[in-house]
Design a protein around this ligand. Structure first.
Ligand SMILES: CC(C)(COP(=O)(O)OP(=O)(O)OC[C@H]1O[C@@H](n2cnc3c(N)ncnc32)[C@H](O)[C@@H]1OP(=O)(O)O)[C@@H](O)C(=O)NCCC(=O)NCCS
Length: 216
C-alpha cells in the first residue's frame, strides 16, 4: 500500500455531491441521525448554508480529490457562546485509519486556540463504540444518558451526552498528558496536511453493528 496525502481543509461550496455520498454510507447512517432519503440537492443546500454560517466551522478530510471525512463545530450564542456542538463522520471506505482522530484534533485546536471555547459537546449513540473510543481519547467524558433518543433499524436507541472542558476550566484537574499536550503543541498546525497510509478498504463493522445486522 502506498502513501497517500490527506488534506484537512475548510468545507467548500463544490463539496455537496461528495458530502451526499459520504452521508449515505451505511455505517454513517448507522452512527448519525441522518435519513437515507435526503436528496443530493438538499445536501448541496445544506453545504451552502454551512459555508456561509459564521457560527458553523466545518472541515473535511480530502484524499485524492474525494471527501473522506467531515467534522463540524457549531458555536452557541449569547450565554452559550463558549459552547461548541460537534458532529463528525468518516466515509465507510476510510474508517479505522486515523482520519477521525485527525479531524477531532483539528476542531480541538480551533476551539482551544482560535475560538476560545470552554466546552465542546456532542451526542453519541451508546452502542457506537468506535466513536466513543475516539472521543474518550481526546478527554471527552460521558455526562449523561438520553433514553430512547432516536429511532434506528426499527427500534429506539439511547444516546450519551459527552463533553470536554478546556483544561483551564476543569475544576481541580491538571491538564492531562497526551491529548491536551498535542492540541497545545507548537506543531498543532501540522495537522493541516500529512502523508499517511490510507486505503479504500472497508473498515470492519463495529461489534454493535454486527449484532444489529444479525438480528435483521
Ligand atoms: C466514529 C468515526 C467518525 C471515527 O472515525 P475513524 O476515522 O474511523 O476513526 P479513527 O480511525 O481515527 O479511530 C478509530 C478508533 O476506534 C477504535 N475502534 C474501532 N472499533 C472499535 C470498537 N468496536 N470498540 C472500541 N474501539 C474501536 C480504533 O481502534 C481506533 O482507536 P485507536 O487509534 O486508539 O486504535 C467513524 O467511525 C464514523 O464516521 N462512523 C460513522 C458515523 C458516526 O458514528 N459518527 C459519529 C457520530 S457521534
Amino acid at each position: 500500500m502506498g502513501q497517500t496525502r490527506i488534506t484537512i481543509r475548510p468545507l467548500r461550496l463544490d463539496d455537496g455531491s461528495n458530502i451526499y455520498e459520504l452521508m449515505h454510507m451505511p455505517n454513517v447512517l448507522w452512527g448519525t441521525s441522518l435519513l437515507p432519503s435526503t436528496s443530493v440537492d438538499a445536501w448541496r443546500k445544506t453545504v451552502e448554508g454551512w459555508v456561509y454560517d459564521e457560527r458553523m466551522h466545518v472541515f473535511v478530510a480530502e484524499v485524492q480529490g474525494k471527501v473522506a471525512g467531515i467534522i463540524s463545530v457549531h458555536v452557541g450564542v449569547g450565554r452559550e457562546s463558549h459552547v461548541g456542538d460537534i458532529a463528525m463522520a468518516v466515509h465507510d471506505k476510510f474508517q479505522g485509519q486515523g482520519i477521525g482522530k485527525m479531524l477531532l484534533l483539528t476542531v480541538i485546536d480551533l476551539a482551544d486556540n482560535w475560538l476560545n471555547l470552554v466546552r465542546l459537546e456532542l451526542d453519541v449513540y451508546t452502542d457506537n463504540e468506535p466513536a466513543i473510543h475516539v472521543y474518550k481519547h481526546f478527554d471527552f467524558e460521558i455526562e449523561g444518558r438520553k433514553r430512547l433518543d432516536a429511532f434506528r433499524g426499527g427500534r429506539y436507541i439511547d444516546s450519551y451526552i459527552m463533553a470536554r472542558l478546556h483544561h483551564e476550566h476543569h475544576p481541580g484537574e491538571e491538564q492531562r498528558a497526551g491529548t491536551a499536550e498535542e492540541a497545545a503543541s507548537p506543531n498543532a498546525g501540522d495537522y493541516v496536511e500529512m502523508l499517511t497510509r490510507v486505503s479504500e478498504a472497508p473498515a470492519p463493522p463495529s461489534v454493535g453493528r454486527q449484532e444489529e445486522q444479525k438480528t435483521q
